[in-house]
Write a protein that binds this ligand. Structure first.
Ligand SMILES: [Zn+2]
Length: 346
């Protein structure tokens, strides 16, 4: 074979092998590993880093019958919010979970732009929020069955959200009242059905314990383990024994209203959990942010720094080890948001 032909063939072979190796590398990076779903696509769970598990970029309280994306100017939102995201990133945050549901201002495209410009991993959600007197539920939610609602949420997982190609990384619902109303029960069942088909964790705005246990009962009836459930706003339940009980069952207990004035309360709730050796069931966040398009320049915006600047130093002072702090801020979020169906073992 002439030398020149041999060289060309060798060059082609090397090119093919390089492409093949790159493909295998990509495949290995995500397959066989647990993943979470960000607005920019899947991410191996062990790349999540320190995670704020319950925050907001934008919230619009105008109500489901009037909300549209035209109510806010993305450029203005970005110029207000980006400095706060960068502040959190400089303090060590790597992943940011945006808990604003559809019909209260969920805007996946805005989140993807912010993920690009902040270099944070950002996660969005599917689901509907029934708390707030059902003001954020459009009429069809009342007319459709749980199966039909679940179909809508499952299709966001399969096809992406409204033509954006962006997929949700968890289910967000909201319930309220002394016990679950029929419509809120329907939301929980729809979330359960969606979990079984997608492996997305269910974060439910709940508050007091009675409702949380009612929700866990519904999941049990659907064959789902409490591991698939995040009890959002668990700090509103004042009896620590109920936190312990839910954590023992396997649910995620989310203390997520951290601010400048209450971090000592958070410290004592977390200490109680530690005494019971249940640090592996707790999530901590601020429920901060809240750019409100109805207000001048988005209104008062609360940043995401207290966890890093106040709570972590206080935990260290109380003798929490680096390992325990990493359990709370890195390991627990990665386990909670890993895409996985949690059925009750029979
Ligand atoms: Zn919230």
């Amino acid at each position: 074979m002439p030398l020149i032909k041999y060289k060309i063939q060798m060059k082609r072979m090397i090119q093919i092998i390089t492409v093949l190796l790159a493909f295998i590398f990509l495949l290995c990076n995500c397959t066989g590993r647990n993943i979470i779903m960000t607005v920019k696509g899947p991410l191996p769970e062990d790349k999540m880093g320190i995670t704020l598990t319950h925050e907001h970029i934008l919230v619009d309280f105008i109500g489901a019958d009037q909300i549209t994306e035209e109510r806010w100017d993305r450029t203005k939102v970005i110029s207000k919010v980006l400095p706060y995201l960068l502040e959190a990133k400089n303090l060590g945050c790597r992943t940011f979970v945006d808990c604003t549901p559809e019909f209260i201002g969920r805007d996946p495209v805005l989140l993807r732009i912010l993920a690009d410009s902040s270099a944070l991993n950002i996660i969005t959600n599917t689901g509907y929020y029934g708390a707030g007197d059902n003001r954020y539920l459009p009429q069809f939610v009342f007319n459709e069955t749980a199966v039909q609602l679940a179909e809508r949420w499952i299709s966001e997982w399969n096809e992406g959200i409204k033509g954006t190609g962006i997929k949700p990384g968890f289910i967000k619902i909201g319930v309220s009242g002394d016990n679950l109303s029929e419509i809120h029960r329907k939301l929980v069942i729809a979330a359960a059905l969606t979990h079984l088909k997608t492996g997305l964790v269910i974060a439910s705005h709940t508050g007091p314990a009675d409702l949380a246990f009612e929700e866990l009962d519904i999941l049990k009836n659907e064959g789902i383990s409490p591991k698939a459930f995040i009890w959002v706003h668990a700090q509103n339940e004042k009896d620590n024994e109920n936190h312990i009980r839910a954590a023992r069952m396997g649910a995620w207990v989310s203390f997520d209203g951290l601010n400048d004035n209450n971090f000592n309360d958070y410290l004592s709730m977390i200490k109680k959990i530690k005494e019971n050796k249940l640090l592996n069931r707790v999530l901590i966040s601020h429920d901060a942010g809240w750019y409100d398009p109805a207000k001048e320049n988005g209104g008062d915006f609360r940043g995401y720094a207290v966890l890093f600047e106040k709570l972590v130093p206080a935990l260290k002072k109380e003798g929490f080890t680096e390992g325990e702090i990493s359990q709370l801020l890195v390991i627990n979020p990665s386990k909670a948001f890993t895409i996985k169906v949690h059925k009750i073992k029979t």
